[in-house]
Design a protein around this ligand. Structure first.
Ligand code: HEM
Length: 391
């Protein structure tokens, strides 16, 4: 049986440059393909229609698959829950991220964070926008929202990347998950004693099924929310910058009309989906695309492949901000649709506006760039740029 390494030709999933030609072949010849995945054998599903069919049917395709993957390091979270249990727990946090909750002074606070980071390098006329901006910007935002007082963002970011990257290095993933909890324990204790209106206070005093959430349940939420809220959005902002800097005529359009930033972000979500897979498990034997799936079969829906399916998107490999966006799969689909999609769009729009306003004549140095890389998660590792510094 083939492995992901055999298929994508690399030892480190984080270094895959082009999964899209492999996806195209799979969509054509083996749209539901059995592979030897890191934890156990599973079926990779690459066509848009099949990805929707799986994610739409939560009774047949359970999210408990995540308990055997990311749940091992994060603990039990809503990612692995189904049915009423999922709904009850999701409701605890989802209200904090609906569009209404993101109004008030939050957009201005996010813009202030972006501008304070840009202040650090604007006079240089050169920067690596990943190291100096995208890498920690969304972490700063989500930390404020949750109420986590972080002094050392680089360390925190490393823990968070280790947690979602546990497939590459499980030992580091577990160690970092523990360090995160050690850091959060006194903060939670403080919110239990004195709530102050942030999300940590809400969780500290939430009651589900008649009992207050245990510390361990709250830590699981936070081990999900901190990486989910930062490692994904930093990739989206980096890939949108990459897309615009390598498509200069479309960058010129965005510079002339900032309303087009939203279209650029939406097209990047489709073209370079930051999260490439969502996992499920069959609850009973079934068939998909003519392939028999036994009960308990692991399913890996390839969101990034669905988003490049030419049955759904014309010329799918082209980045085109004029595309009429059909429903893309970058935030998933169905009951587990991303809780943070509105926040991610708000952060990305704010970041792009601030960068384009403050870094005139922004140019890219492609010689120094690796391009967009990764398999499970994708983004540029660096974004070396030059721009006109203020005199
Ligand atoms: C560009 C940025 C983002 C992308 C591409 C993304 C992608 C996704 C995807 C694909 C899922 C579905 C997983 C599944 O069906 O198994 C998901 C779920 C989730 N996302 Fe995001 N996400 C992003 C930003 C955020 C942010 C900013 C937050 C912070 C609140 C967040 C919190 C969550 C949570 C809590 C879930 C679990 C929902 C559930 O299981 O019901 N995400 N995300």
């Amino acid at each position: 049986m083939q492995t992901l390494d055999d298929l994508f030709g690399g030892h480190f999933m984080s270094e895959v440059a082009d999964p899209y030609s492999v996806y195209a072949r799979l969509r054509r010849d083996e749209p539901v393909k059995l592979l030897d995945l890191p934890m156990q054998p599973g079926y990779v599903v690459t066509r848009y229609e099949h990805v929707v069919a799986v994610l739409r049917n939560a009774a047949l395709f359970s999210s408990r698959a995540n308990a055997k993957g990311i749940g091992l390091v994060m603990g039990k979270t809503i990612l692995e829950m189904d049915g009423a249990e999922h709904a009850r727990h999701r409701n605890l946090i989802s209200l904090a991220f609906v569009p209404k909750a993101l109004k008030g002074d939050l957009p201005a606070r996010i813009a202030a964070l972006a501008n304070a980071m840009i202040d650090q390098f604007v006079a240089d006329g050169t920067a690596d926008l990943v190291a100096q901006f995208t890498r920690t910007f969304p972490l700063r935002v989500i930390a404020q929202l949750i109420g986590v007082p972080i002094a050392d963002y680089e360390t925190f970011k490393r823990w968070s990347l280790d947690i979602i990257g546990f497939g590459d290095d499980p030992v580091r993933g577990f160690e970092s998950a523990q360090k995160l909890v050690d850091f959060l324990r006194p903060v939670l204790e403080a919110r239990r004693n004195a709530p102050c209106g942030d999300l940590m206070s809400t969780l500290a005093h939430a009651v589900v099924d008649g009992h207050r959430l245990e510390d361990e349940e709250i830590f699981s939420f936070l081990r999900l929310l901190l990486p989910a809220g930062s490692d994904t959005t930093f990739r989206l902002i980096g890939s949108t910058l990459y897309a615009l800097l390598t498509h200069r005529e479309q960058l010129a359009e965005v510079l002339a009309d900032r309303n087009k930033i939203a279209a650029a972000i939406e097209e990047t979500l489709r073209w370079e989906s930051p999260v490439q897979f969502a996992s499920r498990e069959t609850t009973t034997a079934t068939t998909l695309g003519g392939v028999d799936l036994p009960e308990g079969a692991q399913i890996l829906t390839a969101l990034g492949s669905a988003n490049r399916d030419d049955k759904r998107f014309a010329q799918p490999d082209r980045f085109d901000l004029h595309r009429r966006i059909e429903e893309h799969m970058a935030f998933g689909f169905g009951r587990h649709f991303c809780v943070g999609s509105h926040l991610a769009r708000l952060e990305a729009t704010t970041a792009l506006s601030a960068l384009l306003d403050r870094l005139p004549n922004l140019r890219f140095d492609p010689q120094k760039s690796t391009g967009v890389v990764g398999l499970a998660f994708r983004s540029p590792r660096s974004l070396p740029v030059v721009f006109d510094a203020p005199r």
